[in-house]
Design a protein around this ligand. Structure first.
Ligand SMILES: O=P(O)(O)O[C@H]1O[C@H](CO)[C@@H](O)[C@H]1O
Ligand SMILES: O=c1cc[nH]c(=O)[nH]1
Length: 256
């Protein structure tokens, strides 16, 4: 899963080529084209689905995918989110493999009101998947891959401590204090779904991982400044990292 339809079509194409699947020479079909809400592609054993921006959009799609996997009797699925994010004290273009999700109140939970009462679901990710994905980073990669916590904010601007949004009633010093607190808690990047994604996949008993590229170092600014070509290139990095895990997973299954 990942935010945009285009990324998830590109990911399906990338996986078809990587796994040398028959789909690599075909035009991929968006299986949800009549719903218009999001896109879903299937290449061999991999489903590639977009989820839009933020938690409500992502959790709606995620729950539909969880139901689909159950109806299809899929055994031992693994779900990855491949996304973009703002980094904390790491060079832009780096990749972060999340070790946990953090909410906007600095708790390792996803808090959801159910029947008028808030439930707190732990935002824990599978540490083995996280370590294995990280172990597949290559020495000759032209980017660094880090393990760290990921804050899932409910907003792009004030929710991530930005100063460049339409509303802002705090200072640069307040922002830096907040970002440094996150850093001290082991958070390496900020996006908008991690804590809920971790919580719902865990609640479903499904192994999962989050792999995001960082578009900027938030300790140095708020604006995403690299040009579109660079950002498109960087968006491929989580695909490369997830692709290595997927390729190895199916290679290992063949050997068994
Ligand atoms: O690039 P994606 O996967 O959408 O992820 C990040 O980008 C969006 C904000 O621009 C949020 O969804 C955030 O989590
Ligand atoms: O800073 C960023 C960059 C991408 N996505 C986010 O949510 N935040």
């Amino acid at each position: 899963m990942g935010g945009t339809k285009y990324r998830m079509r590109d990911f399906a194409q990338y996986i078809a080529e990587l796994l040398d699947l028959p789909e690599k020479n075909k035009k991929l079909v968006n299986l949800t084209k009549h719903s218009q809400r999001y896109a879903m592609y299937k290449v061999g054993p991999v489903l590639s689905v977009s989820h839009g921006i933020g938690v409500p959009s992502m959790t709606t799609v995620l729950q539909e995918v969880i139901k689909l996997l159950a109806y299809a009797k899929v055994k031992d699925p693994i779900i990855f989110r491949i996304g973009t994010s703002g980094g904390l004290d790491i060079p832009p273009g780096s990749v972060v493999v999340s070790s946990f999700g953090l909410n906007g109140n600095l708790g390792k939970t996803y808090d959801i009101p159910v029947l008028g009462k808030t439930r707190q679901l732990p935002s824990i990710l599978d540490s083995r998947v996280c370590q294995e994905v990280h172990s597949l980073s290559a020495d000759n990669d032209d980017f660094n891959t880090y393990i760290g916590g990921t804050m899932g904010a409910d907003d792009f601007y004030i929710g991530q401590g930005r100063l460049d949004g339409p509303f802002c009633d705090y200072t640069q010093a307040d922002k830096m204090a907040f970002l440094n607190t996150l850093k001290d808690l082991g958070v390496r990047n900020i996006e908008m779904e991690a804590n809920a994604f971790a919580a719902y996949t865990r609640a479903a008993g499904i192994r999962a991982g989050i792999i995001c590229v960082t578009f900027l170092n938030r300790l140095l600014g708020d604006q995403v400044t690299p040009n579109k070509t660079t950002l498109n290139e960087w968006q491929k990095r989580p695909m490369i990292v997830a692709g290595r895990y997927i390729a190895k997973y199916f290679e290992d299954i063949k050997i068994e």
